[in-house]
Ligand binder design. Structure first.
Ligand code: FAD
Ligand code: NAP
Length: 541
C-alpha cells in the first residue's frame, strides 16, 4: 500500500485535525511507512489548546496523566511544571511532540476539510478542502475533536454590538486587554468558570450571566514536586498501566466503600479530607457510588452546596450559585481554586438568566428583562456543538450520495464510536458512542489510535480493502450506549452530553458512559473475535 506514487494526491489515509488525536494518528501511520496527509484548520498543532487561549484556560486532569504514554523517551524528557497544566504549557508540549516526531511534514495547516465522498470503484475517499485541494485516500480518519465547533447562541442584536466580543474557543492569539473594561461573560460551564476570576482581576467590572448553576470542586494547583515527579518517572510504565485499569484513565486509587455505608460524620470527614487535597478526581472518587446511586450522589452534592454557603459572603448570591436542578456530575464538573471566592469581590456581579433569559444584545450591552448590563466586551463561554458537530460539519457522503447528516438525523449511529455502516473506511477517533469526554481524553485518544492503526495493519497483512460495521452491530452498540447512559446521571439533565445545548440537535446520549476499562475490553474482544460486528471485504492490492 505504501508503494503508491509519492507525487500523486492519493494517500493511504487522510486525517482531519492536528490536535492530540491527529498527531498521534499521524505518528502511527508514519511509523508504518504509510502516506498520510493531515488537514488542520489552525496554523499549528494542539487543537483545543491552540484555540482556547482564554485567561485561566487549563486542564483538570493532572499533567502526569494528561500526556501521551506511547513513548517512554517522551514522557521521561518532558518536564511539566504544575499539577494542572495551563494552556500555554500544553500547547508547548504539543509543539514539542510535533517537532520531536517530525510530524509537520505531513500536516497542511490553515486548511479545512469541507467535503468527503466515498467511491466504491476504486475503494477510495475523495476529500475536498476550503483551499481547493482535492485528494483521494483509502482511509478517512476523523481526529476533529469533540469540542472544536464553538457555539454562539443566536442572540438578537449581536451584530449591533459596538464593543468587541469573543468565544472562549476561538480566542485571539494576541490576547485581549481587559484593563479598565466592563465585561460580560455569558455561560458558567468549565470555560466561563475558569475565565471569570482571572478576567475579574484585570477588568473594571465583570457581569457573569448564569443560566444553570454548576458544581465547582476545589482544585489547588501547586508546582509539581520534583521528588514526586521523579518517583512517577522511575516507574512511569507501571503508573500508566494503573491508569489504564481505571474508569477515567487517570492513575488514581479506586474507592472501596459506598457513601451510604459509613456514618454521616465519617462521610463528612472523608469528603473534607479529599476536598482539601484540591484534586477533583480525588474528590469524585471518595466513594464507589457517587455516580451510580442518587442518594449517595446527593451526599456529594450537599457537601459542595455547604462549601458554597461557607465561601460566598452574600447569601442571595450563594443561593443563586447553588445547583439544585441536577445531580452532581450530570453536567461536566468544573474545578477552580478561586471561583466562589471571586463573588466576594466588589467588581463581580452575578446575573441570573434562568428566570429572565437574555432578551437581546444592544449596541452597548446585554438586556435581561428590563435591565441592561452595559459592557465594552462580551465573552461567550457558551460551549460547543459537541462530539458530532465537528464530524458533521465536514459534509461526508457515502457512495450512494447519502450524507452522514442524513444517516444521523435522529442522532449518531456508530459501532463503538469508531465506525458507521454505509461509510467504509471512515474511522473516527473519539467518535460518538465512545468514552471520549467522560474520561481523560488523551487516554481515550491513545486507545482509539492504537485500535485503528492495528486494524489497518491487520487489513494490510490480510489483503483486506475495506471495513465497515454491520447494521446489527451498530444497533446493539447504540442500545448499550443508551442503557449505560440511562444508568449514569448524564441522561438525567439537558446538558451538552445529550446534545441539548444546540437547537434542533437530537437528544441522545452522545458519549459511552461505562468508562475506559470496560470500553477497551469491548474493543479488544471485537478483535479477538475476528472483528465481530464488522464486515471486512475486498482486496487491498
Ligand atoms: P482537538 O484538540 O479538538 O483537535 C481537533 C482539531 O481538528 C482542531 O485543531 C480543529 O481545528 C481541527 N478540525 C476540526 N474540523 C476540521 C476540519 N473540517 N478541517 C480541518 N481541521 C479540522 N479533556 C480532558 O481530558 N481533560 C481536560 O481537562 C480537558 N480540558 C479541556 C478544556 C477545554 C477548554 C476544552 C475545550 C476541552 C478540554 N478537554 C479536556 C477536551 C479536549 O478537547 C481533549 O482533551 C483533547 O485536547 C482533544 O484532542 P483532539 O485531537 O481529539 O481534538
Ligand atoms: P459548556 O459546558 O457547554 O457551558 C456553556 C455555558 O453557556 C453553560 O453555562 C450554558 O448554560 C451557557 N449558555 C449557553 N447558551 C446560553 C444562552 N443562550 N443563554 C445563557 N447561557 C447560555 O461549555 P464550556 O464551558 O466551554 O465547556 C465545554 C466543555 O469543554 C466542558 O464541559 C469540558 O469538557 C471542556 N472544558 C474543560 C475545562 C477544564 O477545566 N479542563 C475547561 C473548559 C472546557 P446552561 O448550562 O444552562 O445550558
Amino acid at each position: 500500500m505504501s508503494e503508491s506514487d509519492p507525487s500523486s494526491d492519493d494517500f493511504d489515509a487522510v486525517v482531519v485535525g492536528a490536535g492530540f488525536a491527529g498527531m498521534y494518528m499521524l505518528h502511527r501511520l508514519q511509523a508504518r511507512g504509510l502516506r498520510a496527509r493531515v488537514y488542520e484548520a489552525g496554523t499549528s498543532v494542539g487543537g483545543t489548546w491552540y484555540w482556547n487561549r482564554y485567561p485561566g484556560a487549563r486542564c483538570d486532569v493532572p499533567s502526569l496523566d494528561y500526556s501521551y504514554s506511547f513513548s517512554e523517551e517522551l514522557q521521561q524528557e518532558w518536564q511539566w511544571t504544575e499539577r494542572y497544566p495551563s494552556q500555554p504549557e500544553i500547547l508547548a508540549y504539543a509543539n514539542h511532540v510535533a517537532d520531536r516526531f517530525d510530524l509537520r511534514r505531513d500536516i497542511q495547516f490553515e486548511t479545512r476539510v469541507v467535503g468527503a465522498q466515498y467511491h466504491e470503484e476504486p475503494a477510495r475517499w475523495t476529500v475536498r478542502t476550503d483551499r481547493g485541494d482535492r485528494v483521494t485516500a483509502r482511509f478517512l480518519i476523523t481526529a476533529a475533536g469533540c469540542l472544536s465547533a464553538p457555539a454562539v447562541p443566536d442572540f438578537k442584536g449581536l451584530e449591533s454590538f459596538e464593543g468587541s466580543w469573543y468565544h472562549t474557543g476561538l480566542w485571539p492569539k494576541e490576547g485581549v486587554d481587559f484593563s479598565g473594561k466592563r465585561v460580560a461573560i455569558i455561560g458558567t460551564g468549565s470555560s466561563g468558570i475558569q475565565a471569570m476570576p482571572v478576567i475579574a482581576r484585570e477588568a473594571d467590572h465583570v457581569c457573569l450571566l448564569q443560566r444553570t448553576a454548576n458544581y465547582v470542586t476545589l482544585a489547588h494547583n501547586p508546582a509539581l514536586d520534583a521528588e514526586a515527579v521523579a518517583h512517577v518517572k522511575a516507574e512511569y510504565p507501571e503508573y500508566r498501566e494503573r491508569a489504564r485499569q481505571t474508569r477515567l484513565g487517570i492513575s488514581i486509587e479506586t474507592p472501596e466503600h459506598s457513601a451510604l455505608e459509613v456514618s454521616p460524620e465519617e462521610r463528612e470527614r472523608i469528603y473534607e479530607r479529599r476536598w482539601a487535597v484540591g484534586d477533583a478526581n480525588v474528590f469524585v472518587t471518595s466513594f464507589t457510588d457517587i455516580y451510580s446511586n442518587l442518594d449517595a450522589n446527593e451526599t456529594a452534592a450537599e457537601f459542595v452546596r455547604a462549601k458554597i454557603r461557607s465561601i460566598v459572603n452574600d447569601p442571595v448570591v450563594a443561593e443563586l450559585l447553588t445547583p439544585r436542578d441536577h445531580a452532581f456530575g450530570a453536567k461536566r464538573l468544573c474545578i477552580s481554586e478561586e471561583y466562589y471566592e471571586a463573588f466576594n469581590r466588589d467588581n463581580v456581579t452575578l446575573v441570573d438568566v434562568k428566570q429572565r433569559p437574555i432578551e437581546e444584545i444592544t449596541p452597548t450591552g446585554i438586556r435581561v428583562g428590563d435591565d441592561v448590563c452595559e459592557v465594552d466586551v462580551i465573552v461567550f463561554s457558551t460551549g460547543y456543538d459537541a462530539i458530532t458537530g465537528p464530524i458533521l460539519n465536514m459534509n461526508i457522503r457515502n457512495s450512494a450520495g447519502l450524507t452522514l447528516n442524513e444517516k444521523w438525523v435522529n442522532g449518531p449511529v456508530t459501532y463503538l464510536g469508531l465506525a458507521t455502516k454505509g461509510f467504509p473506511n471512515l474511522l473516527m477517533i473519539t467518535g460518538p458512542g465512545s468514552p471520549s469526554v467522560l474520561v481523560n481524553v488523551i487516554a481515550a485518544i491513545e486507545q482509539h489510535v492504537e485500535w485503528i492503526s492495528d486494524t489497518i495493519a491487520f487489513m494490510d497483512d490480510n489483503g483486506i480493502a475495506t471495513i465497515e460495521p454491520t447494521e446489527q452491530a451498530e444497533q446493539d452498540w447504540g442500545a448499550e450506549v443508551a442503557r449505560i447512559g440511562a444508568r449514569s446521571f448524564i441522561s438525567s439533565f439537558n446538558a451538552w452530553y445529550m446534545g441539548a445545548n444546540i437547537p434542533g440537535k437530537p437528544r441522545v446520549v452522545l458519549p459511552y458512559a461505562g468508562g475506559l476499562v470496560k470500553y477497551r475490553r469491548f474493543c479488544q474482544q471485537v478483535v479477538a473475535d475476528n472483528y465481530a460486528g464488522f464486515v471486512l471485504s475486498g482486496s487491498s492490492s
